[in-house]
Design a protein around this ligand. Structure first.
Ligand SMILES: NC(=O)C1=CN([C@@H]2O[C@H](COP(=O)(O)OP(=O)(O)OC[C@H]3O[C@@H](n4cnc5c(N)ncnc54)[C@H](O)[C@@H]3O)[C@@H](O)[C@H]2O)C=CC1
Ligand SMILES: O=C(O)[C@@H]1CCC=N1
Length: 319
C-alpha cells in the first residue's frame, strides 16, 4: 500500500491506526507504520510540543498558514502567536486560537520560528526592528513575501541569521490542499530545511527549490488560486447562462475543478491525455474545447503566469 494514498484514521502516537485504501483496510501500530515507511517518529506530535511559531502580520496568508498548522496538528494553538498593528482587524486569526499582540517584539521574544507574513514593502522595516532579537534568540526566520530576495533580507539584519524564503498559497488553509516551495539561505542547517519541509508539507505539496525559480512559482501557484477562482466563476456563469441555478452551478464548477485536479495528481498522467479521454469523437466536449481555443484560454493562462512572474521579479528590484 502506498502510504501517501492511504486514509489514516488515528489519534496521537499510541493505540492502533486504521489505514484504508480502496478495498483494503489494515490495522497497524503507529511505530510499525513509521518504521515500515522510514519516517521519523517525532513528526507531528513532538513538533507541536517543542516548537513555537510566530507570525509577523496577521492577514490573509498568516491566517491560512496558522489555521493549516493548527488543523494539521503540527502546532498547538497555545504555541502559535501573531503580531500586527492594533488598528488592523485580526479577528480571523484569533478565532483560529492564535494569540495576537500589537508589538512585533512581543512575538519575537516568545517563539523559535518567526514567519514574516507582511506585505513585501514592510519586510525590511520589520527585519531592522527585530534584528537584535533575531540574533539574541537565534530565531529561524521564514519569509513568505513575494519578490523579496534572501540577499535583501540578509542585508537588512545586523548579524547573519538562518533565513528560509517560502512561497505558499492560500489553499494551505485546508491541510493537504496548499502548494508551497522553500529555499533556505546558505547558513541554514539541514535540520532547518527538514523543519521547513515538515511544516509546509503539513499544508500540502511542498518542494525545496533553487531561489532563481521562486518568481515563476509565485506567478504559478502563489497567484494561481486567483486564476482558478476566476475559471470556476466563469464555469458557473456558463451554467447559469444555460439555465442552472447559481448555487448548483457553482458547486458543480468547483467540484469539477477539484475532481480534475485529483485525476492529475493521483494518476501522474499528462493533462492532455486525460483531456482526450473526456472528448468523444463528434461529442459535446470537443465542441466545448474548440470554443475555448477560439477564446484563447490557454494563451491567456500562460500570459497570466508570465505577467505575475515578471511582477514578482520587478518587486524584488524595488519597483
Ligand atoms: N495572499 C496570498 O495569496 C499570498 C500572499 N503571500 C505573501 O504574504 C504576505 C502577506 O500577504 P497577505 O496576507 O495577503 O496580506 P494582508 O494585507 O492580508 O496581511 C498583511 C498583514 O501585515 C500586517 N502589518 C502591516 N504592517 C505591519 C508591521 N509593521 N508589523 C507587523 N504587521 C504589519 C497587517 O496588519 C496585516 O495583518 C505578502 O508578502 C505576500 O506577498 C504569499 C503567497 C500568497
Ligand atoms: O498578489 C500578491 O502579490 C501575492 C503574492 C502571491 C499571491 N498573492
Amino acid at each position: 500500500m502506498a502510504s501517501t494514498d492511504a486514509q489514516v484514521s488515528c489519534s496521537g502516537m499510541s493505540g492502533i491506526w486504521i489505514l484504508k485504501q480502496e478495498n483494503c483496510t489494515v490495522m497497524v501500530s503507529p511505530s510499525a507504520f513509521f518504521r515500515a515507511h522510514s519516517l521519523e517518529i517525532t513528526s507531528g506530535a513532538e513538533m507541536a510540543q517543542t516548537n513555537t511559531v510566530g507570525f509577523v502580520g496577521a492577514g490573509k496568508m498568516a491566517t491560512a498558514m496558522a489555521k493549516g498548522f493548527i488543523e494539521s496538528g503540527l502546532f498547538h494553538s497555545s504555541n502559535t502567536f501573531a503580531s500586527c498593528p492594533a488598528n488592523w482587524d485580526s479577528s480571523e486569526i484569533q478565532e483560529a486560537g492564535v494569540t495576537v499582540y500589537d508589538e512585533n517584539a512581543q512575538v519575537a521574544e516568545k517563539v523559535n520560528i518567526l514567519i514574516l507574513a507582511v506585505k513585501p514593502d514592510v519586510v525590511k522595516e520589520v527585519l531592522q526592528e527585530l534584528s537584535a532579537t533575531i540574533a539574541k534568540r537565534n530565531l529561524l526566520v521564514i519569509s513568505v513575501a513575494a519578490g523579496v530576495a534572501i540577499e535583501s533580507m540578509e542585508k537588512a539584519l545586523e548579524k547573519p541569521a538562518r533565513i528560509i524564503r517560502v512561497m505558499p498559497n492560500t489553499p494551505a488553509l485546508y491541510p493537504g490542499y496548499g502548494a508551497c516551495v522553500f529555499c533556505p539561505n546558505s547558513i541554514c542547517t539541514s535540520e532547518d530545511a527538514a523543519l521547513a519541509e515538515k511544516m509546509f508539507s503539513s499544508l500540502g505539496f511542498c518542494s525545496q527549490i533553487d531561489e532563481k525559480l521562486i518568481d515563476a512559482v509565485t506567478g504559478l501557484s502563489g497567484s494561481g488560486p486567483a486564476y482558478v477562482f476566476t475559471f470556476i466563476e466563469a464555469l458557473s456563469d456558463g451554467g447559469v447562462k444555460m439555465g442552472l441555478p447559481r448555487d448548483l452551478s457553482t458547486k458543480l464548477a468547483a467540484q469539477t475543478v477539484l475532481g480534475a485536479a485529483k485525476m492529475v495528481t493521483a494518476s501522474g498522467t499528462h493533462p492532455a491525455v486525460l483531456r482526450d479521454a473526456v472528448a468523444s469523437p463528434g461529442g459535446t466536449t470537443i465542441h466545448g474545447l474548440h470554443a475555448l481555443e477560439q477564446g484563447g484560454l490557454r494563451n491567456a493562462v500562460i500570459n497570466a503566469v508570465e505577467a505575475a512572474t515578471k511582477r514578482s521579479t520587478e518587486m524584488g528590484k524595488g519597483k
